[in-house]
Design a protein around this ligand. Structure first.
Ligand code: AFP
Length: 333
């Protein structure tokens, strides 16, 4: 088996039109890459080192914290301690942003991340991911984070690492989507595919169907339609593994749709589960760069302005045709 042996850094350095200077991009991605390698290594032996199960704490989301969530968060904190030009971190696992004042310069950035996405899979050797995004900080930002509460269209980098039979890093810096596979013997992410395009439609859907009773009618009708088996376009197969990055990875490559509809409360208001700033906005940037779409069911996710760093919302993401079809069904009313 042969591989072109183009490392992530070398590939970045050859890029011509990125959303931030290539030198900044290379510095930031080198840190993310390091965090990904540490996590990938730990996941392979976590069961032997007593790293599975819960810490006993509850996070800001009200969810029980897994030991690997906490450890993965620390991996990012360590990676960016000497991570100029990144001066702030926002994580699913931290109530407040973390600042490195010594890294603050004229041009600095914030990395937003979910260190271990799909943590319900940790104890069963299931698929996991790390999701990340990068936003540019305002020139004269202070300790506050008001400058970061803009729509996802302000992201300059977005990506994820999928930990499966192999570890793959997928990212965009506004110039297409590239995928790298970790060669463990070399300790390097090597280019696998560049400028990946998602098919306009696919044949699978990903959803936690057990929640259907809590959805808006439109979401249930949409699902009934794509599984009604009248023809090829209504005969979708279900593929769901419970880790957003891993479920998205299939759609990015093969097309189809991932949906996590909102739960409708008594007042008729719909509340999503997935987080905007470090889950759905990053993957929506990737989807759009690959020719697909990310929607709340009513409109483009990348236009949603967060009110706080841990905001949640409904999500419909994947191939352009399926996402448009979901919107036509008025899945969120
Ligand atoms: P975390 O593991 O980071 O908390 O995220 C899990 C997640 O938000 C997303 O990865 C999954 O797609 C989704 O939750 C799975 O949720 P269900 O268990 O409700 O299907």
């Amino acid at each position: 088996m042969s591989s072109p042996a183009i490392t992530l850094t070398r590939h970045i350095m050859a890029k011509k039109t990125t959303a931030i200077p290539v030198a900044d991009l290379a510095l930031i991605m080198e840190r993310i890459e390091l965090a990904g390698k540490r996590i990938a290594r730990e996941l392979t032996v976590a069961s032997l080192g007593g790293e599975l199960g819960y810490t006993g704490d509850t996070n800001v989301q009200g969810e029980k914290v897994k030991k690997l969530d906490q450890w993965g968060n620390q991996v990012f904190l360590d990676a960016f301690e000497h991570g100029y030009p990144v001066c702030s971190l926002i994580s699913e696992e931290m109530e407040e942003p973390h600042h490195y004042s010594s890294n603050c310069r004229e041009n600095s950035y914030c990395v937003l991340y979910d260190p271990i996405d799909g943590s319900s899979n940790t104890d069963v050797n299931g698929s996991l991911g790390t999701i990340f995004a990068v936003r540019k900080r305002a020139a004269k930002h202070g300790k506050g984070i008001e400058d970061l509460l803009g729509p996802g269209s302000q992201q300059v980098v977005a990506g994820y690492i999928a930990y499966g039979p192999s570890t793959q890093l997928v990212y965009t810096a506004g110039a297409g989507v590239d995928i790298f596979t970790l060669d463990r013997s070399l300790g390097e992410f090597l280019l696998w595919k560049e400028n990946v395009k998602t098919p306009a439609h696919g044949s699978t859907y990903a959803v936690n169907q057990g929640n259907a009773g809590k959805w808006h009618d439109g979401a249930r009708k949409f699902l009934a339609h794509i599984t009604s088996r009248k023809d090829k376009r209504t005969s979708y197969s279900l593929r769901y593994c419970g880790a957003f990055a891993a479920d998205f990875h299939r759609l990015l490559l093969e097309g189809g749709i991932y949906l996590y509809p909102g739960e409708v409360s008594e007042g008729g208001k719909s509340k999503g589960k997935l987080r905007l700033m470090y889950e759905t906005a990053p993957l929506s940037m990737l989807a759009e760069q690959a020719g697909g779409r990310g929607s709340t069911g009513k409109g483009r996710i990348l236009e949603v302005v967060p009110s706080a760093i841990h905001d949640r919302l409904p999500v419909y993401i994947g191939s352009a045709e399926e996402v448009a079809m979901a919107e036509e069904f008025k899945v969120e009313g």
